[in-house]
Design a protein around this ligand. Structure first.
Ligand code: G3P
Length: 217
């Protein structure tokens, strides 16, 4: 499973990219607003930090303007992926951009039927929001499971990009049900490495090693 980080905070992206474990970045208008920076400047900086796919979301809701915005965003860097909302205009834009060989990420997906439409429109990625489904007492993971079955039934190439991932357990569950990618907030991504028994075991090894009085170097 690929790891994307879901943020517009470039210092967090730099730190995670340095681990070699980061495959890409997703942003959305709320994350850009939180950064307080100019959208195109942030995307340009992120695209210099990572060679992976970087999702940049259109702000328009109408087809013609979506395409104009996509053309503008594509000029920023080769690894920009155009993020489009799951509406008929967004799907129409997805189909056109796909036909032009441009990568797309169809976002705000909350059902398997929506994901089916996005795959038919040729989306590179579909972003089901699992946390927001859980928030209203629906089962986000179940939607990912359903999409996996449908995409496998018909050999769709669209990659399932689990979004609105809120915890390490979400990440594990997405991997178990076969999501292709999880986009995860920086703090949650960093939390994946933590285990109290790892810390305890390492401290014990370090203490015992010190007793030997040896040095490897
Ligand atoms: O980027 C879309 C998604 O990951 C947002 O997550 O936590 O705002 O529901 P959240």
């Amino acid at each position: 499973m690929k790891f994307f980080v879901d943020t517009a905070d470039t210092s967090e992206i730099k730190e995670l990219a340095a681990t070699g474990l980061l495959d890409g970045v997703t942003t959305n208008p709320s994350l850009v607003a939180k950064s307080g920076r100019q959208f195109k400047d942030v995307i340009a900086e992120i695209c210099q930090i990572t060679e992976g796919d970087v999702s940049a979301e259109v702000a328009a809701t109408e087809f013609d303007t979506m395409i104009k915005e996509a053309d503008e965003l594509r000029k920023i860097a080769d690894n920009v992926v155009i993020k489009l909302p799951l509406t008929f205009d967004g799907l129409k834009a997805c189909k056109q951009l796909t036909d032009e060989g441009i990568k797309t990420n169809v976002t705000l997906c909350f059902s398997a039927n929506q994901a089916l439409l996005a795959a038919k429109a040729g989306a590179t990625y579909i972003s089901p929001f699992i946390g927001r489904l859980d928030d209203i007492h629906l089962d986000g993971l179940e939607v990912i499971r359903e999409i996996r079955v449908i995409y496998d039934n018909y050999d769709f190439d669209t990659q399932i990009l689990a979004a609105s991932v809120r915890s390490p357990n979400h990440v594990r569950d997405c991997a178990i049900v076969g999501a292709d990618v999880a986009t995860v907030p920086p703090a949650t991504l960093k939390a994946l490495v933590k285990h109290p028994l790892t810390d305890k075991g390492l401290n014990a090894f370090l203490a015992d090693w010190a007793k030997t009085g040896q040095s490897i170097l």
